[in-house]
Design a protein around this ligand. Structure first.
Ligand SMILES: Cc1ncc(COP(=O)(O)O)c(C=O)c1O
Length: 390
């Protein structure tokens, strides 16, 4: 790695941290495609032994990942869900876990269809309400898991306030920081113990790699996660790790553009008669706008509001006909890539959430989630105009 100083800026570090130049002098960190490593003797314990445990490309990525969240330790995973599973595997039967109620649908499915049978108790609660958190905590509560902003309703939980409750009750706090990316929010610096990312999203940024990450400062948690990551075979491939190292070099540029495009589209959507609801934390009427302003900061200390908007079309609009008129905006799951994607949480990401639950949450059939890309924003707006108004 090139040496960084205490005052080296975030965008410089994204390019240099972990990106070692080896003895060949190659300017880009080499990709080591190998499943095993030669050992000097039968009894030696070298740094790299077998690729399920680690290797030079993963090592470079994990060094970079830790820097992204100002963490001491970081762990690469084959997907965001593998990272999420590793968090839950840290707990044992009898332990109790609290989770944000409108968490990503895949987490809901993992908990209700798989982990519920393993003896850990889970409760889904409104983590934006601190009183609800305080009331639901039990003696056996060991973890609170937040998603902020949440998916797809973009509810914001006050990370610092929840971390204070956690500390006074000796509970770990984990935060899914996928939606803001490390460019827009730093949960560890707000008192969280574990940060989780689906790096499939902004960190990968090009919709071409599936991966996840955990970042922590505490040695005991790091040891537990190391064991889980290795024994469960959850590492990404070296090739995916190399792609991520490449992508992270442009994280600051990309995310800044995602966020500025999104603000412009949110303001435009608000003026459309056929749009009945616009949910974006950057709008003053968003219920947690002031919390977003406080905790969502870019590396320059400026407030940022994210790259996702959810909006509802009036009932008379058939959303499939609407989608057929789109060109650059692609109907697909996922988010955080350079290309703008649109999805319908009701039938896609949240398909496994019971209908009644979706109704209570406000996830209606005509609610669409837009992951704004880095195309020219005028092209995106004229396309939305055509699909909504013509
Ligand atoms: C907020 C959030 N967390 C976790 C995940 C799961 O990540 P992955 O698809 O990489 O397993 C997703 C996926 O969409 C997500 O949006």
């Amino acid at each position: 790695m090139s040496k960084t100083k205490n005052n080296t800026k975030f965008s410089t570090k994204t390019i240099h941290v972990g990106n070692k130049i080896d003895e060949t002098g190659a300017a880009v960190t080499p990709l080591h495609l190998t499943s095993t490593f030669r050992q000097p003797t039968f009894s030696s314990s070298e740094k790299f032994v077998y690729s399920r445990t680690g290797g030079p490309t993963i090592d470079a990525l994990e060094e970079n990942f830790a820097m992204l969240e100002d963490a001491k330790y970081s762990f690469a995973f084959a997907s965001g869900m593998a990272a999420m599973s590793a968090i839950f595997l840290m707990f044992k039967p009898g332990d109790h876990v609290l989770i944000s109620k409108n968490v990503y649908g895949g987490v809901f499915r993992l908990v209700t269809k798989v982990l519920n049978n393993n003896g850990v108790d889970f409760d889904f609660i409104d983590t934006t309400d601190l009183n609800v958190i305080k009331k639901t905590i039990r003696e056996s509560t060991k973890l609170i898991h937040l998603e902020t902003p949440s998916n797809p309703l973009l509810e914001i939980t006050d990370i610092l306030a929840v971390s204070k409750i956690c500390k006074s009750n000796k509970i770990l706090l984990s935060v899914d920081n996928t939606f803001m990316s490390p460019y827009g929010q730093k949960p560890l610096n707000l008192g969280a113990d574990i940060v989780m990312h689906s790096t499939t999203k902004y960190i990968g940024g090009h919709s071409d790699v599936l991966s996840g990450a955990l970042m922590v400062n505490d040695k005991k948690s790091a040891e537990k996660i190391t064991l889980i990551q290795n024994t469960s075979g959850a590492l990404p491939s070296p090739f995916d790790a190399w792609l991520l190292l490449r992508s992270i070099k442009t994280l600051s540029l990309r995310v800044e553009k995602h966020f500025s495009n999104t603000m412009k589209i949110a303001i435009w959507l608000k003026k459309q008669k056929k749009v009945t609801r616009v949910i974006y934390p950057g709008l003053k009427e968003h219920p947690q706008h002031s919390i977003a302003k406080k905790q969502q900061k870019n590396p320059n200390g400026n407030t940022v509001f994210g790259g996702i908007i959810s909006f509802e079309l009036e009932k008379s609009i058939n959303i499939n006909k609407f989608a057929k008129k789109l060109n650059f905006i692609t109907l697909a799951e996922s988010l955080g890539g350079v290309k703008t994607l649109i999805s319908c949480p009701y039938s896609m990401t949240h398909a496994s959430v019971p209908k009644k639950e979706k109704e209570t949450l406000g996830i209606t059939k005509n609610l669409l989630r837009l992951s704004v890309g880095i195309e020219n924003v005028d092209d995106l707006i004229s396309e939305l105009d055509l699909a909504i108004n013509h």
